[in-house]
Design a binder for this molecule. Structure first.
Ligand code: HEM
Length: 584
């Protein structure tokens, strides 16, 4: 090529690449050989996993991954639950082997005993680091353990107790917002309860989690930021396959250069995910700066803030200041926790609440029984302002049973992924018959195998939960659980369920979400009736399941909401309640 015809700046720019041409070539050859070796090892060499029974490969390109990630993939998940002996071999993309596991003993090894051998998948960590920064969802090993050490106490029950007034305040705003929309009509009014649950969940994690108000719950639609957060989940679904390529992409150039590349990437959802991450990051920095400024100014400034210093972020910043130097988290890790909490808290809890409301609408007798329990408790045990204290609220037996049963049968997260960082041997609760007809007593799992933890399958496992495992029966929690459940030793942090996972990466916010669900249900049932809208709702399998009206792709869940009139209620006729003591 005649370099004289090229602009001098371009020549200078190209020079280092020409000089290092042979190094670059060598690097490319090494990378390709490494990928080929890994591929050969995974796909071509015989593996002990070949002896584990599993469904036929979906397609060579995606394996069974597409079936498991598909929004209509419920039948496939149910097929895995019903057909295989708590473990099944799956095919991953390009013939990779994967393992689907819901055997409780095997899960104990994977999520508790050997959790550092079964790490979060590389694509998951890399993707979360890009969108949230180095928070809990983007770190592994000692780094993650150090963050948990600082954060676990922040989510303690003791701190939750002090958050009750914040939760109550937001509950009252929700009640008022719904009241304003139904009071003018004598007939029940159709409202999108998913939207209301999302806004409430965002405001709750905003005020109680971050000491920041996102949405006063007054206007008919969410503000721009709330809308951005809400659209994060559905946008992610459309790039679920692309996300998995991340570990294979080299980190070329500076971060700014890589950002530019993403802005030019020919996929609208990828560009949108980046734009949403940027919006969340900017807001996180704002929130962080405000908190630090208030803490520096002293107690008076802190108590004037939203959350009055009782929110999780204020507690975390104070704990971090007081911590020994080697335990302190740096600023970028503190900021990263903010987007992490918003993301992890919002869709999970709001969609779980939406599912609970829908079930209550579909089961009027359960709704009545629950309302009766709530109204009687408010009548008898509340303080002068009508509030139930933490212990009374979390221990209402039927409310607790309804929440547990919904989170069992319809766990918002259906499965999570792990990858083995070295070869591992995993015991099973009982031997299974291998493809070769011989009994298999333990799983021999090679390094770099993808494990799919079947959360939903574990929660619906008939061997553990009994023949009625597929039925929504809150009553099952009112009697002692059968021995098949207690003996199984499911390694979940919550109620023998895998809904919030277990071990060192279990959901840190599960008590927060319980409190939230219970307060919102109390607030709604004490004043309103819930009924189906008549429109058919379908639930989409996703990172977090979400509802849509059949025929639409927009996440929504219309329900008919009416004002609860005690005089018309069969419950009231029994309990003698009057309009004056039903809250609000
Ligand atoms: C019904 C509601 C919720 C469900 C079903 C849920 C479920 C889960 C699950 C399954 C995980 C494990 C993910 C994995 O291993 O890859 C997780 C992790 C996490 N959750 Fe939740 N969650 C809920 C509510 C919340 C709330 C309200 C918060 C915050 C206040 C929260 C914060 C987190 C965080 C930070 C992690 C990462 C923990 C770590 O890696 O150390 N979650 N959650």
């Amino acid at each position: 090529m005649d370099t004289k015809k090229i602009h001098p700046v371009a020549v200078n720019f190209a020079a280092p690449f020409r000089m290092s041409g042979s190094i670059t070539q060598a690097a490319v050859i090494c990378t390709i050989s490494w990928i080929l070796w890994k591929y050969f090892r995974q796909v071509v060499i015989k593996s002990p996993l070949d002896n584990i029974p599993g469904p036929p490969t979906g397609s060579f390109l995606y394996g069974n991954l597409r079936q498991i990630l598909n929004k209509d993939g419920w039948d496939f998940v149910q097929h895995l639950t019903d057909t295989y002996p708590e473990v099944a071999r799956l095919s991953g993309p390009l013939g990779h082997r994967m393992l689907y596991v819901f055997d409780p003993t095997a899960l104990h090894t994977i999520v508790v005993k050997e959790q550092y051998v079964f790490e979060e998948a590389k694509w998951f960590i890399k993707f979360n680091r890009l969108r949230f920064g180095p928070g809990l969802l983007a770190t592994v090993g000692d780094h993650h353990r150090r963050q948990r050490k600082m954060l676990n106490p922040v989510f303690s029950i003791n701190h939750m107790r002090h958050m009750i007034p914040i939760f109550d305040d937001i509950g009252n705003k929700l009640q008022k917002a719904i009241e304003d929309r139904v009071s003018a009509s004598t007939e029940p009014v159709e409202l999108d309860m998913l939207a209301w649950m999302s806004r409430t969940a965002l405001e709750l994690i905003g005020q109680a989690g971050l000491g920041y108000s996102f949405d006063p719950l007054v206007a008919d639609s969410m503000d721009e930021f709330a809308g951005a957060v809400k659209s994060f989940g559905p946008t992610l679904v459309s790039i679920n396959h692309l996300r998995r390529l991340l570990p294979y992409l080299p980190d070329i150039g500076t971060p700014a250069f890589r950002e530019k590349l993403v802005d030019l990437f020919p996929n609208e959802s990828v560009r949108r995910t980046k734009a949403l991450s940027d919006i969340m990051y900017r807001r996180s920095v704002e929130i962080y700066r405000e908190k630090v400024r208030a803490l520096e100014l002293g107690d008076e400034a802190v108590t004037k803030q939203v959350g009055e210093g009782k929110d999780i972020m204020s507690i975390l910043l104070r704990a971090n200041m007081a911590a020994a130097d080697e335990d302190k988290l740096p600023q970028n890790e503190l900021i990263a926790q903010i987007s992490t909490f918003i993301f992890a808290a919002m869709d999970t809890t709001s969609n779980a609440l939406a599912m609970t409301l829908l079930l209550l609408g579909d089961h009027p007798a359960v709704q009545e029984k629950l309302r009766k329990e709530i109204l009687e408790a408010c009548d008898g045990d509340s303080d002068e302002s009508g509030r139930l204290d933490y212990d009374r609220l979390v221990n209402l037996p039927y409310l607790d049973a309804v929440c547990r049963e919904t989170l069992r049968l319809h766990s918002p997260v259906t499965h999570v992924f792990r990858e083995t960082v070295k070869d591992a041997v995993v015991p099973l609760s009982q031997p299974i018959r291998g493809v070769d007809g011989q009994m298999v007593h333990e799983l021999v799992i090679p390094k770099d195998t993808t494990i799919v933890i079947g959360i939903l399958s574990a929660n619906r496992n008939k061997a553990v939960w009994g023949e009625d495992a597929m039925e929504w029966k809150p009553e099952r929690w009112l009697a002692p659980l059968p021995e098949s459940v207690t003996d199984a030793k499911v390694p979940g942090v919550y109620s023998n369920l895998m809904t919030f996972m277990g071990g060192g990466r279990a959901c840190i916010g599960f008590k927060f979400s319980q409190l939230e669900m219970k307060i919102v249900i109390c607030v709604l049932l004490s004043k309103f009736t819930l009924a189906p809208s008549g429109k058919k709702i379908t639930w989409n399998l996703s990172n977090v399941r979400f509802p849509t009206v059949v025929g639409s792709t927009k996440a929504s869940m219309p329900m008919k909401i009416g004002r609860y009139r005690p005089s018309e209620s069969p419950v009231n006729k029994q309990s003698g309640l009057t309009a004056a003591n039903v809250g609000g």
